[in-house]
Design a protein around this ligand. Sequence first.
Ligand code: ATP
Ligand code: MG
Length: 263
Amino acid sequence: MNTQPELLSLENLEVTFQRRRSDIVRAVKGISLTIAPGETLGLVGESGCGKTTLSRAILGLVPYRGSIRCKGEELDWKKQGKVLRQQMQLIFQDPYASLNPRFTVEQALEEPLKVHTALDRQARKQRVRESVSRVELPLHALGKYPHEFSGGQRQRVAIARALMLKPEFVIADEPVSALDISVQAHILNLLLDLKNEMNLTMLFISHDLSVVRHVADRVAVMQGGEIVEEGNCEQIMESPQHVYTRKLIDAVPRLDVALGKRS
Ligand SMILES: Nc1ncnc2c1ncn2[C@@H]1O[C@H](COP(=O)(O)OP(=O)(O)OP(=O)(O)O)[C@@H](O)[C@H]1O
Ligand SMILES: [Mg+2]
């Protein structure tokens, strides 16, 4: 009867941090958002507006008030942590933070399979080799450690790792912000291709609207812990309603050339 439920829906989400007794930071102030299955929602806003905090709440890493539902069911990280960790993955700005420096690429990619699947050793090795090729790294990368790669290559490893368990939902938190412009384009195109192939639903976070417009179907603009504007990319780019959105548009129209037109 009803249409398919949203993959993710946030209702009145609030996150507060108490730094000292009298110093309370309201990092997320009552945000409501939905993401449909297969959709990429871009979340854009300047540094400190609460983007990472919002994603940490979704992933059960900070306490929150309000509701977070996945396919209509309230998330419960305490009870369903193991399952949710397979379904929801995070790719973030600094792949060093997600990759263990003492693990080779092969070990890093095999680990989630060991923990979460019943695949035997041979099947695991096969999956690891496939995923390394899929992120366009040579097979000899398998024996290397994170510090032996360039930033772009390291981000490829982190992406491969996040996708090992074939999650349904991925949060990419500034996944290209630390990379050179030309490398940014390659990584973004790779993410787009993988998203389509694997039918991922994605929350793509960036402070840069020119990055977001290339990957997102819809954009939510965040300022000071609140969503101030929401709409499809073209709408937002062509007729922004909010002064703050206009400022973001004026700030960074430079990736377009490196990416080429992809629509
Ligand atoms: N663990 C914490 N304890 C106290 N305050 C925090 C904590 N984490 C974040 N904050 C504060 O919450 C606000 C939002 O921070 P957040 O990291 O979510 O912003 P952001 O939009 O991701 O910024 P950036 O673009 O720089 O990554 C900031 O004022 C930050 O100082
Ligand atoms: Mg952040």
